[in-house]
Structure formats: C-alpha cells, structure tokens
Design a protein around this ligand. Structure first.
Ligand SMILES: Nc1nc2c(c(=O)[nH]1)N[C@H]1C(S)=C(S)[C@@H](COP(=O)(O)O)O[C@H]1N2
Ligand SMILES: [Mo]
Length: 309
C-alpha cells in the first residue's frame, strides 16, 4: 500500500523470547495445512515469534482449529466450513479502507502485508465461546494499519465487513443471516494492541474455514466478534451495526466482552468447554475478559457491563 507503510520485513536477526513450535509440530502443521487448503496472501514465514501478548497454554491441534468452526457463509454445522470453504477465492484480495481516514483507498492485501515489520508480528491467543481453543494466530495489530491510513478525530468506531460472494459462499444464498456479515469496535478497542488482524495460524496462511485471507481477533471478546474474510474497514462517527446484534438484540450486545457474570439469556457463560480435552474433560471457569483484565478492564471503567453487554 505504497508510502503509507514502512517497507520490507527485516531479516530474522532477532532473539526470540520463545520458540513457539517445535520442529515436529511445525512439520505436522504444514502437512495438515496443505491438506486444509491454506492459500493466498500471507506474511513471510516465521518459526519463532514475539510473545508479549501470548498465552503459555498449549495450543489446540490444527485438526481441531480447522474442523470446529463457525462461518455461516458456508453453513450452520461446525464441520461445514472445512467441507465447503475450499471454493472461496482468496488471492488476489484487497481491503477497502474508508470513512473518516486521511488516506482512503482500496489496498491490495499483499501491499498491506509488505509493510508489517517483524516486531509487529504475531500472537497466540485463547478464543472463548461456550467452548474455547488456544490458537497460534499470525497477524499484526489493527492499530498499525489504522495509524498508517490516519484515523481522523471525528471517528469513534471502526466498522468491518465480510466479502459478499454468494457464488462461492452457499450460506449467502440463504436468508440465514442478513449478508454481508458486519462487525464493529469502539475506537479504543480497535487501537488496543491485543486487537489483531490475523492472516495465518501455525505459521502458515490462514485456512479458508478460519477466515482467509484476513480476519479480526479480539481475544477478550466472544468468538463471534472476530469477523472473517474482511473486505472493508471503515472509520465512522456512530456505533456501527453488528450481525449478531441485528439478528438477536436481546442475546448479543455490541460489546460482547467475555464476562462470566452475565449469562446469555439461553445459557450460562460462567464456564467453558475446552475443545480437544476429550469427552470427559471437566468444564473450566471462564475468566473475566478471557483473562486479559489487566490489559483491557480500564477501557470499560465506569460502564455497567450488564447493560452494555
Ligand atoms: N464472516 C463471518 N465471520 C465470523 C462468523 C461468521 O459466521 N461469518 N462466525 C463468528 C463466530 S460465531 C465465531 S465463534 C468465530 C469462529 O472462528 P473460528 O472458526 O476460527 O474458530 O468466527 C466469527 N466470525
Ligand atoms: Mo460464535
């Protein structure tokens, strides 16, 4: 994306704080990713990553991460995205960045990625819903992209949109949801270093079922805030609509922070089930803000999180 980005990824002359995969895991991962059909633009391959915001929990297997998905554009079942996402064309890909920014435009994803520096790269995060997984995402903070296009003072929120392509996304040929899928974050949430745009996992390009080629990851919020296959990012003055809030406003609020004290109207959110833990694994207590309270609780100081859920 031209001058807006610093160019070139520095050579890997860094001292990694943590080797994030051993060699055998990496090889297994690569084979399975090839089978999963990972393709499209991605950051240059790394075998080690910075770990400032990482968790030290053991990551889920690639098999779990790529075969237990929600991506309603490909169907309702957790196994549908793995079965049907293969048809999605993810290369070339571009993202339209607009609204209240200094440098609006349609940017090729390859150009966006060329500007991402090594120091900005990657994190491993835990995702929470009624279930949870630990996923070694590869990405960069959304804030680095927003800084480069220059967010104007009048912008208070960031709105996101998924690609609308019914020819390749069978779910979009149904009235299951109001397409395209949309999401939003308040500006301070969008600028927080924990909020990333992910373009891969396990060191390889993003599998299609996980939202190739670029998706949002907000680790202190429920999984559905993490919009997949993003084609549009807009800086706006007013709180933007979000798909699940439009669909069921009493069940899904704008904030959707992980909060064990506020139940979903139809189920408790006090505990979660670890995917991959086996049939008899006990549920575990869900942590406020998914355990990232030290980093993000201050964003919500003074707010009633029962009201703003
Ligand atoms: N475009 C789009 N993004 C989406 C969804 C979707 O249906 N469509 N599902 C959301 C939900 S409900 C969850 S739980 C996560 C799942 O991400 P994963 O499959 O990588 O675990 O993606 C979110 N992003
Ligand atoms: Mo979800």
């Amino acid at each position: 994306m031209g001058k807006a980005f610093r160019s070139g990824i520095p050579s890997a002359e860094i001292t990694p704080k943590e080797a994030y995969l051993n060699r055998r895991q990496l090889m297994t991962g690569m084979g399975a990713l090839a089978a999963a059909g990972a393709a499209g633009p991605a950051l240059a391959k790394l075998t080690t990553v910075p770990s400032k915001y990482s968790t030290d929990m053991k990551p889920n297997s690639l098999e779990d991460i790529t075969h237990y998905n929600n991506f309603y554009e490909f169907g309702l079942q957790k196994t549908d995205p793995a079965a049907y996402a293969g048809k999605l064309t993810v290369d070339p890909w571009s993202v339209e960045i607009g609204g209240l920014v200094d440098k609006p435009g349609t940017y090729a994803l390859d150009d966006i990625l060329k500007g991402v520096t090594l120091e900005e790269r990657v994190y491993r995060f835990r995702c929470v819903e009624a279930w949870s997984m630990v996923i070694p995402w590869d990405g960069f903070p959304l804030s680095t992209l927003l800084d480069r296009v220059g967010v104007q003072p009048g912008a208070k929120y960031i709105a996101f949109q998924t690609v609308l392509r019914p020819s390749e996304m069978p779910g979009q040929r149904s009235g299951l949801l109001d397409w395209p899928y949309v999401e939003g974050l308040r500006m301070d949430e969008a600028m927080h270093p924990l909020t990333i745009l992910a373009t891969g996992l396990y060191g390889e390009p993003m599998p299609k079922q996980n939202g190739a080629p670029i998706r949002l990851v907000v680790p202190w919020k429920y999984g559905f805030k993490s919009i997949k296959s993003i084609v549009k990012i807009t800086a706006v003055a007013d709180q933007p609509p979000t798909t699940w809030n439009l669909q069921a406003p009493k069940e899904y609020g704008f904030y959707s922070n992980v909060n064990p004290h506020v139940d979903h109207p139809r189920w408790s959110q006090a505990s979660e089930r670890r995917i991959g833990g086996g049939l008899f694994a006990p549920r575990v207590d869900t942590l406020m803000f998914n355990g990232y309270g030290d980093e993000v609780a201050s964003l919500y100081a003074g707010m009633d999180l029962r009201k703003d859920f």
